[in-house]
Design a protein around this ligand. Structure first.
Ligand SMILES: Nc1ncnc2c1ncn2[C@@H]1O[C@H](COP(=O)(O)OP(=O)(O)O)[C@@H](O)[C@H]1O
Ligand SMILES: C[C@@](O)(CCOP(=O)(O)O)CC(=O)O
Ligand SMILES: [Mg+2]
Length: 424
């Protein structure tokens, strides 16, 4: 791997006790959430998944900390922490990552040390604990290389619903990995004229993706890697056993997303499927094989639609695949009555839905045909909202991890990330 050294950054670093001086620039990064069309859960067991980036994003703002501390602000979950670098000194010996180009996951002993330091009880899977442990691990593994204990002020805020199947954990990890790798000089510290675009080389994106995957392991236990791949590269991807293939022959899809608002944890659901597979392999394995076949068939049909072939018939196949997969997901134990209701409500409008992401509540997707009328979408949306669900038509397939100028952000996001007090 040829990861570029950021020489300007290194010079600034040498000349200053502040790790990422760079003329005290603020770095703003975003990573998108994702929608899994087909293959959730099966992908953890080596099957194919098709996933696409979402126009809802997580944003990270990184800046030097004026009072020489390490600060972590996570306003979505009301976490505001601050450490003196000396208090984090133990991370250097505890997380012994000798080569930042070779990402590793924490072992049990390291996890125990991090947990004890943060005062998090063993086995705790609450939102705050996972986010803090993930930060401490990535900071310790990436930022403290070369014996440094850099001060920094990090704020991460998301427009994604958290814990709802749209990949907020991966977007969180991609943003953190990108910021920490940039600040440590392992990947390019982007220069101002590169704002509003992805300016990392393919090797750098690979390194971001690999570190984000280590973070996902901490949050999910046993992730497939599909979510962090979409968060890093964006677009529509076919993911199979770590192999990422961008798909180009795909029509513009219209998708309605519904958040049932039923909370659930990906970690718990993924572990549940593994248990079922271990307990009843001859029953569950064929279901995972069938989900694999659904993803492959969906890819074929999307390519056929993109070539303008028999649109109506091919949409009928897509709808049937959605229905079958939703049944399979129920069989492997990741359904929920809130999702069944979503499928029933949309069916009354002739629309087909399935859960997306880990299931157990969270979000479902509904496929709209190119000619599904506005009035049908409105009526279905209203019926779902009447049930207390959030429902919106999405824009999918946008860019992956990106860099932003504070002043080109949408006003509301600018205000959250860069109020006058926080932004330099
Ligand atoms: N913006 C955020 N701020 C803090 N933590 C976050 C944020 N986004 C995601 N997380 C972490 O990711 C976890 C949710 O991940 P997960 O259960 O995989 O659901 P999903 O990825 O579908 O949103 C949260 O419990 C939290 O630890
Ligand atoms: C269930 C799974 O396939 C997707 C989980 O996505 P999410 O965390 O629910 O957004 C797990 C994985 O692929 O790592
Ligand atoms: Mg997740």
């Amino acid at each position: 791997m040829n990861v570029r050294k950021c020489w300007n950054y290194a010079a600034a670093y040498e000349a200053s006790s502040v790790h990422f001086t760079m003329a005290n620039k603020t770095l703003i990064i975003s990573a998108p959430g994702k929608v899994i069309l087909h293959g959730e859960h099966a992908v953890v067991h080596g099957k194919v998944a098709l996933a696409v980036s979402l126009n809802l994003k997580t944003y990270l703002r990184l800046q030097p900390c004026p009072d020489q501390k390490v600060q972590l602000n996570l306003p979505n979950i009301n976490v505001h922490l601050s450490w003196k670098p000396a208090a984090l000194q133990f991370l250097q010996s505890a997380i012994d990552v000798t080569d930042v180009l070779t990402p590793k996951a924490p072992n049990q002993e390291q996890m125990d040390q991090l947990r004890r330091f943060a005062g998090i009880p063993e086995g705790s899977t609450d939102t705050e604990s996972l986010s803090i442990l993930c930060f401490l691990y990535l900071y310790g593994a990436i930022s403290t290389r070369n014996g440094q204990m850099p001060n920094m002020d990090i704020l991460i805020w998301s427009e994604l619903p958290i814990g709802a199947g749209l990949g907020s954990s991966a977007a969180y990890c991609v943003c953190l990995a990108t910021a920490l790798l940039s600040a440590s000089g392992a990947i390019t510290w982007p220069v101002p004229q590169e704002y509003n675009s992805t300016r990392w080389s393919e090797d750098e994106l690979e390194l971001i993706n690999k570190w984000a995957f280590q973070g996902e392991k901490l949050i999910h236990g046993n992730p497939s890697g599909v979510d962090n791949a979409v968060g890093t590269w964006g677009g529509i991807l076919r993911y199979h056993a770590g192999k990422i293939v961008p798909l180009y022959r795909v029509p513009t899809l219209r998708i309605l997303l519904t958040n049932t608002k039923v909370p659930r944890s990906t970690k718990v659901l993924v572990a549940g499927v593994k248990d079922k597979l271990n307990k009843l392999p001859s029953i569950i394995k064929p279901v995972l094989d069938s989900i694999d076949a659904i993803s492959c068939e969906c890819e074929r049909v999307l390519a056929a639609i993109a070539s303008s072939n028999a649109i109506d018939e091919n949409y009928s196949i897509l709808e049937e695949l959605i229905d079958i997969n939703q049944h399979h997901l129920n069989v492997i134990g990741v359904g929920h009555s809130s999702l069944d209701r979503l499928c029933q409500i949309t069916a009354t409008y002739g629309l087909h839905s399935k859960l997306t992401g880990a299931g157990g509540g969270g979000c479902g997707l509904t496929l709209l045909r190119p000619d599904t009328s506005h009035s049908v979408v409105e009526a279905a949306t209203q019926a779902l909202k009447d049930f207390g669900y959030d429902c919106w038509e999405t824009v999918i397939g946008g860019s992956g991890v990106s860099l932003h100028s504070p002043f080109s952000l949408p006003k509301d996001i600018f205000q959250i990330l860069c109020n006058a007090k926080n932004c330099q």
